[in-house]
Design a protein around this ligand. Sequence first.
Ligand code: NIG
Ligand code: FE
Length: 408
Amino acid sequence: MTDLLIKNIGVLATPLGKCAVSGSAQGEIQLVENAEIAVEGGKISYAGAESGAPNAAAVVDAGGRLVTPGLVDAHTHLVFGGFRQNELEMKLAGVQYLDILRAGGGILSTVRATRAAGEDELYAKAAAFADDMLRHGTTTVETKSGYGLDTETEMKQLRVAARISREHAIDVVSTYMGAHAFPDEYKENREAFVDFLVNEALPQVASSGLAEFADVFAETAVFDIAQSRRVLTTARELGLGVKIHADEINPIGGAQLAAELGAISADHLLQASDEGLDALAASGVIAVCLPATSFYLDKNFARARTMIEKGIPVAIATDFNPGSSPSFNMQFAMTVACLKLRLTPKEALCAATLNAAASIGRADSKGSIEPGKDADIVIWDAPDLNFIFYRYGNNQVHKVIKSGRVIE
Ligand code: NIG
Ligand code: FE
């Protein structure tokens, strides 16, 4: 018997398929009016036109509202100590993000706070974020370590992420990002830190099974291309998938490196060159655009229209972190993706669901509403798809269903 029936759906809006889509297919969203969804064993067993209700143990009446897949936030830094509201006035006075980092603040100040924080304290803080993310429609989240840099603290962050995935309804996908900045201990000897990452940290993380992907901040004054290549090549040899913070502030060739290494995604890409985008298009790397970061850093926006024209699958994520993107609200990122990346609501929905799921290796089970996929579903206080992009600023979620369970 059906465990759960969601009936009286005004519009069911979903991308379809089990892999990332690109070009004009990114805007192909199936819209079904007067729809229903049946759930069995936490998975979708039927999604489509109302078929005359089968017997169901529980029924949710969507009241004519819009229903979409649960949102997938494919790039966050969820586990961290402290906050960085002190940087706001510096930013307003014109101090640049990388200059704050060069002066030992920015990421490095969060490293100090995260090293000092107890594991339970980090868990309580991140779990509270996860509660709130779920209430805002995010049912799967990727999170990166990278605020320890030393192995002890990196492992602490990864254990916290794993515990959230175990104990919390939200699904967590973990990425190791020991190459997020150069720690003070290695300030004078950067190559020695890369040696440490390659020879000690990465093998330990890979054998722990606590991370699926590795990521590097490839940027001027942070990891150059040769250092990033060394870290990510080793990660790949150790069986980890590869991601890159690429061409966020300066176009140093992060996109090309992502293509060369067969990364699953290249993220940020605000400054990616035409050659960089051509390389991504040729290699099938997913572009994870982070419009809330452009907004908060007051920088330009990634060239998502060009990406779509070139056939690059585009995903969007919040980049939630205490420095460059202090919001985990995917709804905000989605509206900015429409207004500033110039995605249509249909393209942006795909970017926040199916393509986002593909960018973290979950497109087989998440990112669309169709039989066999996890029953991760959002019922919106909205009559149609355009509405959720248009009426930004407040939480428009009516109900979230995670693995077939209604979140109260
Ligand atoms: O994705 N750019 C590097 N990492 C983060 C910011 C981290 C921080 O400022 O704490 C990002 O923007
Ligand atoms: Fe990031």
